[in-house]
Design a protein around this ligand. Structure first.
Ligand code: CP
Ligand code: NVA
Length: 331
């Protein structure tokens, strides 16, 4: 198949169609297999890659670094306070300089407009490692995880309920992917949070306040942290007030009436008291029953695919890097 990713930026899914997404998933799966067999081909020898993180990261950073290393590329990591970007040097000037010595930029930051500016003034490929609006590399890992679990199902026949904060980057990227691929998405949240999704909704999306209706017969239940990076900590109170009944717990899995129901989460997750924030919230809001957006019982259950999802960040990010930088990829 024609590589439609070559020389394209990966800021969201607007440049790609259903065939492209299916091709990307297939190639990711191939990379995962050849890595396991220790037969991985190196496509990125002598490529220089810059990883700019203006927000924290565990998975995305690790996946980009390990993928680059395994493919023969060099990386430079720039953390939130490590460069002049946006403070003493514009995105435009930074993009012009980076284009002279690198082959690609990974950027994780705040406003999506900033990565668009970086892309506008770069001569090299730009990958979005998360902005306030989109998290496209995550959704590709999620799709690979879904396909691995339901190999016989066509993407347009897969159904997923996304429950909780429906105004964040993960949900926006899910909405984009459902429009392109036909995947069925049920968005479940209180009406108060419907304002954004109402505009972006497509024919494959069902919006509901009713958990039982939203999760019935779906293949996957997906949630994300209720307060995203960049939102003020003081918003926790309001988020908990409106989302407290939208926690993924055993009863929500049961309501799906699907014995094979699988749970997805992009991580990090506040599912117990073993983090500073988790402990603080759960000590204050005892009614949450030792889990914020998801209970520990579900998080650690046999239904949970969260660590498979996390591993798939590596294989899918590797595929995105290769397909955008190399024209002829045979597999
Ligand atoms: N899911 C995800 O992007 O994780 P990190 O924030 O750890 O990169
Ligand atoms: N919505 C979350 C995703 C983390 C991977 C955030 O932006 O913090």
């Amino acid at each position: 198949m024609n590589n439609n990713f070559y020389k394209k930026n990966f800021l969201n899914f607007s440049l790609f169609n259903k065939e492209d997404i299916e091709f990307l998933i297939k190639f990711s799966s191939h990379l995962k297999k050849t890595r396991k067999e220790k037969k991985e081909k190196k496509y990125l020898k002598n490529k220089n890659i810059i990883l700019i993180f203006e927000k924290e990261s565990t998975r995305t950073r690790c996946a980009f670094e390990v993928a680059a290393f395994e493919q023969g590329a060099n990386t430079t990591y720039i953390g939130p306070k490590d460069s002049h970007i946006g403070y003493k040097e514009s995105f435009k000037d930074t993009a012009k300089f980076l284009s002279k010595i690198y082959h690609a930029i990974q950027y994780r930051g705040h406003e999506h407009e900033k990565i668009e500016e970086l892309a506008k003034y770069s001569d090299i490929t730009v990958w979005n490692g998360l902005t306030n609006k989109f998290h496209p590399t995550q959704i590709i890992a999620d799709l690979l995880t879904m396909k691995e679990n339901l190999p016989e199902k066509k993407i347009e026949n897969i159904s997923c309920a996304y429950i909780g904060d429906i105004n964040n980057n993960i949900c926006n990227s899910i909405l984009e992917i459902s429009k392109i691929t036909g995947m069925k998405i049920n968005l479940i949240s209180p009406k108060k949070y419907w304002f954004q999704c109402k505009r972006k909704k497509n024919n494959n999306v069902f919006l509901t306040e009713n958990i039982a209706k939203g999760v019935k017969d779906v293949d996957f239940i997906y949630t994300d942290i209720w307060l995203s990076m960049g939102e003020t900590e003081t918003s926790w109170e309001e988020k908990i007030k409106f989302l407290k009944n939208y926690q993924v717990n055993k009863n929500v899995l049961k309501l799906s009436q699907n014995k094979e129901i699988k749970f997805l989460h992009c991580l990090p997750s506040l599912h117990d008291k073993n983090t500073i924030i988790g402990k603080k919230i759960l000590n204050e809001y005892k009614f949450l029953n030792n889990g914020v957006e998801v209970t520990n019982e579900v998080f650690e259950s046999k239904n949970s695919l969260v660590f498979e999802q996390a591993e798939n960040r590596l294989h899918t990010i590797k595929a995105i890097m290769i397909l955008t930088l190399i024209k002829n990829v045979q597999f």
